[in-house]
Design a protein around this ligand. Structure first.
Ligand code: AMP
Length: 283
C-alpha cells in the first residue's frame, strides 16, 4: 500500500495505475476509520481495480465552536486498517498542502446546503463541497463512494458533481450499525457509558417513524412529533431536528411521494449525532 502526502506524487501514482489499465476508486474520509468506512472501501473495490482512501480532517467544514481540535486522528491505526482492507493507496495531506497561504476559492451549492445540517452548521457544506471538489480534481476517480449515513452530504455532493460536470460516478453506500442500531461514527468515541446507552434513541425514533408511516393514516407532522417525543424519552438526548422530507430535494414532502426520508440530529452532552432512514410510502 502506498501512502502519499503530496498532490504531485499522488497524481504520479494514479497515472501509473491508469497506464496499467486500472479503473480508479476514491473513498474520502476524515480518518478514525471504523467498519462503516471499510464497508465503503469494499463497495468501491467491486467496481474498480485501484482503491485510494483519503484521510484528511478538513478544517473548513468545522464551525468555530465545533470539535476540530478534539477530532480523533489515530493515523497509524488507520493506515493499518487500510492495509488490512487491501486499500491500494492512502492520500493523507497536511492542511497547508490543500489550503496553502492565499487559498480563496470556494465551491458552494445553493439552498440545499443551507437547510437542516446547513442551518445548524453554517458554512459546513461549503467546506465539504470545496474539499470534495479538490479531492475529485486531484484523484480524478472513475468512482467515489460516500455513505448514506450523511444523507444531506451525499445529496449535495451528487448535485455538485452534476452541476459542475465532474466525470466521477458517485456511489452511495448503506449505513453500518452497531448491534443495537446505533450508526457507526467516529464521534461515537466521545460518548460516555450513559450517553452510549441513550444514543440508540436516534435509531429507535427512525424505527418508529417507519412503523407509523407504514401503518398509514398519519400526517408527516404527527410522525415528526412522535420522533421528537421518542428522542426526548431517553436520558440526556436533546433533539435538534427530526423531520420527514422529500428524499431528493430535502424540502417538505408532498403527499404524492412514493418514499420519504426521515432525518434526525440530536445532542448527547457535547456530542452531536445524526442518522436517517428512507421510508417507502405504502398507499
Ligand atoms: P467521515 O470520515 O465521517 O467524513 O466519513 C467518511 C465517509 O464514510 C462518508 O461518506 C460517510 O458518510 C461514510 N460513513 C460514515 N459513517 C458510516 C457508517 N456507519 N456506515 C457507512 N458509511 C459511513
Amino acid at each position: 500500500m502506498e501512502v502519499t502526502t503530496e498532490v504531485r506524487e499522488t497524481r504520479q501514482l494514479l497515472r501509473e495505475a491508469r497506464q496499467k489499465g486500472c479503473r480508479i476508486g476514491c473513498v474520502p474520509t476524515m480518518g478514525a476509520l471504523h467498519a462503516g468506512h471499510l464497508s465503503l472501501v469494499e463497495e468501491c473495490r467491486k467496481s474498480v481495480d485501484f482503491v485510494l482512501v483519503t484521510i484528511f480532517v478538513n478544517p473548513t467544514q468545522f464551525g468555530p465552536s465545533e470539535d476540530l481540535e478534539r477530532y480523533p486522528r489515530p493515523l497509524a491505526q488507520d493506515l493499518n486498517a487500510c492495509e488490512h482492507a487491501q486499500v491500494d493507496a492512502v492520500f493523507t495531506p497536511e492542511i497547508s498542502t490543500l489550503y496553502p497561504e492565499g487559498f480563496d476559492t470556494w465551491v458552494e451549492c445553493g439552498e440545499i446546503s443551507r437547510i437542516l445540517e446547513g442551518a445548524s452548521r453554517p458554512g459546513h457544506f461549503r467546506g465539504v463541497t470545496t474539499i470534495v471538489a479538490k479531492l475529485l480534481n486531484i484523484v480524478q476517480p472513475d468512482v467515489a463512494c460516500f455513505g448514506q449515513k450523511d444523507y444531506q452530504q451525499q445529496t449535495i455532493i451528487r448535485q455538485m458533481v452534476r452541476d459542475l460536470d465532474i466525470p466521477t460516478e458517485i456511489v452511495v453506500c448503506p449505513t453500518l450499525r452497531e448491534a443495537d442500531g446505533l450508526a457507526l461514527s467516529s464521534r461515537n468515541a466521545y460518548l460516555n457509558e450513559q450517553q452510549r446507552a441513550s444514543a440508540v434513541a436516534l435509531f429507535q425514533a427512525l424505527e418508529q417513524a417507519e412503523e407509523l408511516l407504514q401503518a398509514g393514516n398519519v400526517s408527516f407532522q404527527e410522525v415528526e412529533e412522535a420522533m421528537i417525543e421518542r428522542l426526548k424519552s431517553f436520558e440526556g438526548v436533546d433533539p435538534e431536528y427530526a423531520v420527514i422530507r422529500n428524499p431528493d430535494t430535502l424540502q417538505e414532502p408532498s403527499e404524492s411521494l412514493t418514499s420519504v426520508v426521515a432525518l434526525i440530529a440530536a445532542r448527547l452532552g457535547k456530542t452531536r449525532l445524526i442518522d436517517n432512514r428512507t421510508i417507502p410510502i405504502t398507499k
